[in-house]
Design a protein around this ligand. Sequence first.
Ligand code: XMP
Length: 537
Amino acid sequence: MQQQKIIILDFGSQTTQLIARRLRELDTFCEILPYNRFPADDENVIGVILSGSPYSVYAPEAFRIDLAQFRGRVPVLGICYGAQYMSHSLGGRVEPAGSREYGRANLTEIDTNDPLFHGFQKDSQVWMSHGDTITALPPGFHTIASTDHVVNAAYAADDEPLWGVQFHPEVFHSVQGTLLLRNFVVDICGGRQDWSPANFVEATIQELRSQIGSERVILGLSGGVDSSVCAVLLNRAIGNQLTCIFVDHGMLRKNEFHDVMKDYDGLGLNVVGVDASDKFLGDLQGVTEPEQKRKIIGRDFVEVFNAEARKITDARWLAQGTIYPDRIESLNITGKVIKSHHNVGGLPKEMNLKLCEPLRWLFKDEVRRVGRQLGMPEHLITRHPFPGPGLAVRILGAVTREKVRVLQDADDIYIRALRNYKVRLSGEEARRVLAAGVPADMQNGEIEVSLYDQIWQAGTTLLSDVRSVGVMGDERTYENPVALRAVTSTDAMTADWAHLPYDFMARVSNDIINNVKGVNRVCYDISSKPPSTIEWE
Ligand code: XMP
């Protein structure tokens, strides 16, 4: 069976990813593509959604497309800018709006006979966020919902499958937003609600087999969930045609290289482990600028990886565990680079390998569900994300072996403590943790999970350029602080700091200062993303 898909054309809105998430929650498959990359010859497209945008339709830099690429072929839903753009380019009028079109609003008039609004309740709350508004619809269009301030809050074409909504159905505050998207995708586009980990595994294995045939594939493992799930999936599809390479750059967590190699062995993967720590740490000597550190690690990684990969002379494919959020942050269509994530780009081009990224459309929680479907051990699946450049981006300033050792020891105490500390959750908190795929039994409306499983990601940063005075016994100390970080998130694109219990923090602080020579102060990072990022560098 072919994979039906909805294409979401991204005009740069901050909430484009949320549209995709909502569609996945409906168990329908979708792809977000840059606004100008509609796949004209993809027969599996059953509908198109045009996203919002930071620009006005009149801005000189506004993103423009030719609607004729899909108009008349499949149903189209424009959201916010998408609705305004469609209306503007088909002969309607768009003008600057008053200040009232931000925030909550209610649909006081709704045409519930229109298939987009089936099941809607009068006064349904929606979320508006736009500076322009549609003051006149194109000929052959009619209004299907209004608020007190926005007459054309939603419109439809009389005789063709085109819809536009000026509010954002994808955001939480649009109370019946998911119903609207369901109406569009399922009823209007005829989408099947058949996306599940089991279907994904089955379809992907078939796809990989026909794509790869009898050729050889190499894959860089990082110890993280994404590359591990990718490897197991490929192993299922093509068995020993897959060779994995796991590079130890010397900045992994304490004992991680050894522990993870053991896990991979247990999974039956064919893994070549390479200890390249001398090279990486040597090249990083004295380098303090974060982007330069990342670039050196990226370059060294490619070199070491290539040297190993060349030994597999008949390899034709390079597989990567790239997942969807990695691509969104790197492919941001407004073109701003925040951090250069090293698993995207910098590929061994001269090796002429074809790229295979079977997880490229998945969000993290979906990758975990796929991992479980593949029967992988729980501790590998629930492992927190860890940055490719490793502890290098958690040691501020120049990296040395000694600093890595100090940080590994402090971090190990913190992570173990998170795993050992159990909390009981109920209500919304419990539902959120269960929805993220953490296996826990609900008893009397409560679940028990570790702090580790309750949060998205935790890590320790060594503030190695800062020294402060302390006292241990009768001795004065003059050493570095570490900053603990723990965040909640669903995709790392936004994150909030986790409210860890005080007794937990007190114990971890004591344990680190008493046991890790070189650290005499512990801080907790209470910044959210944005405006901060998860990693300090
Ligand atoms: P930031 O610090 O950008 O991190 O908020 C977002 C997520 O990405 C991870 N991260 C990386 N992952 N290569 C990776 O594979 C990298 O270069 C990299 N830098 C950050 C980070 O740990 C967090 O989960």
